[in-house]
Design a protein around this ligand. Structure first.
Ligand SMILES: NC(=O)c1ccc[n+]([C@@H]2O[C@H](COP(=O)([O-])OP(=O)(O)OC[C@H]3O[C@@H](n4cnc5c(N)ncnc54)[C@H](O)[C@@H]3O)[C@@H](O)[C@H]2O)c1
Length: 340
């Protein structure tokens, strides 16, 4: 076969996996808009999980989405039977969840907030089209700055806030737990500690409720003959907060851990698990923070956000959260949303 780039000559068209137009009620569909490093890694983990019966991939670069769909489709014999195809935003119709991971990522040295102008412009294109095609679904935003873009999505989609979620600090919380686990010599799944606030430079480690098996960290350290090393804990937080910078310096992007976090959110929703995860959602009247998306431990189920949990924060943590809220509010103000 000549490789002249024409899809019609390829033996296996991704579109062959697409359901018939007008087909009756379809099985669980997850759409991924933006099939770059994050979107395609998430789609791969979703395929292996077997959670979705249908995965549709959408990208401004249609050939990229087609290539990813073909590659993923060829993994189906090793996974659960799943229909995968490259589609358009119209294929988000009926999706239980649309994950949006379209847009630019951080370049070395760039903050997440620096990305706001270019990615907000992309969202103003994508979000009304997704919500128009799928007014009953959930939108899960991964693109950075994730809190600002999740808020923008909420405002311009017309969807209720419960059905617009940002991945928020699910990734930072995972990084924090992984690094604390290494320090204390236990399984990260046995460490209960949250990063709250912005997914970014103002994020807040919630030390006041961090524990292992219900034991505050200082008690756990004493009981295990370790001594409580506050300076080391501060380094662990800084390594958590700055992880993206360190990874991007080395490999140009981050995608495995965020993809795993997105999968965990999707699982909590599709299986109606009422799982508590640190994700970004609409926060009102929370330690003086109002009308902004940021992360706190949040109960997620089939309808999206079931409720956000009011943590008993220390004064320092509460003021850190307010700093996050103010930064996000002032970034949102640059978007001129009241003119939308
Ligand atoms: N939330 C998190 O924890 C987290 C973690 C890592 C990365 N990210 C963010 O995820 C985003 C994507 O990162 P990446 O590494 O996958 O980037 P990437 O450059 O590999 O992929 C971005 C994709 O978006 C597509 N795209 C651009 N405009 C589009 C449009 N209008 N419609 C559809 N597709 C469009 C591009 O063609 C590209 O394929 C970035 O903003 C990055 O900062 C978030």
């Amino acid at each position: 076969m000549a490789h002249n780039g024409r899809m019609s000559e390829l033996p296996l068209l991704p579109a062959q996996g697409a359901p018939e137009p007008g087909a009756a009620a379809h099985p669980t569909r997850v759409a991924v808009v933006g099939t770059g490093a994050v979107g395609s890694t998430f789609a791969f983990s979703l395929l292996l999980s077997g959670l979705a019966a249908e995965i549709v991939l959408v990208d401004a670069n249609a050939r990229k989405a087609e290539g990813e769909a073909m590659d993923l489709m060829h993994a189906v014999p090793f996974a659960r039977t799943t229909r995968i195809w490259a589609g358009t935003v119209a294929d988000c119709a009926g999706a239980a969840i649309t994950v949006i991971s379209a847009g630019a990522g951080q370049k070395p040295g760039e903050t997440r907030i620096d990305l706001v102008k270019k990615n907000a412009a992309i969202f103003r294109e994508i979000v009304p089209a997704v919500a128009g095609a799928n007014p009953d679904g959930i939108i899960l935003v991964a693109t950075n700055p994730v809190d600002v873009l999740a808020y923008l999505t909420y405002r311009i989609s017309g969807l209720p806030a419960a059905r617009v979620i940002g991945s928020g600090t699910i990734l930072d919380t995972a990084r924090f737990r992984a690094l604390l686990a290494e320090h204390y010599g236990v399984d990260p799944r046995s460490v209960h500690a949250y990063i709250a606030g912005e997914h970014g430079d103002t994020e807040v480690p919630v030390w006041s409720s961090a524990n292992i098996a219900g034991m505050p960290l200082a008690d756990f350290a004493t009981a295990n003959g370790m001594g409580h090393d506050q300076a080391r804990l501060q380094e662990i937080f800084e390594a958590t907060r700055d992880a993206a910078y360190h990874i991007i310096e080395r490999k140009g992007a981050t995608y495995y851990a965020v993809a795993a976090g997105l999968l965990r959110i999707v699982e909590a929703i599709l299986r109606d698990q009422s799982t508590v995860l640190s994700v970004s959602s609409l926060i009102c009247d929370y330690y003086g923070i109002d009308d902004v998306y940021l992360s706190v431990p949040t109960v997620l189920g089939r309808g999206g956000v079931e409720r956000t949990l009011r943590l008993g924060l220390s004064a320092e943590e509460a003021s850190g959260m307010r700093r996050s809220g103010e930064l996000l509010r002032s970034t949102i103000a640059t978007l001129d949303l009241d003119r939308v």
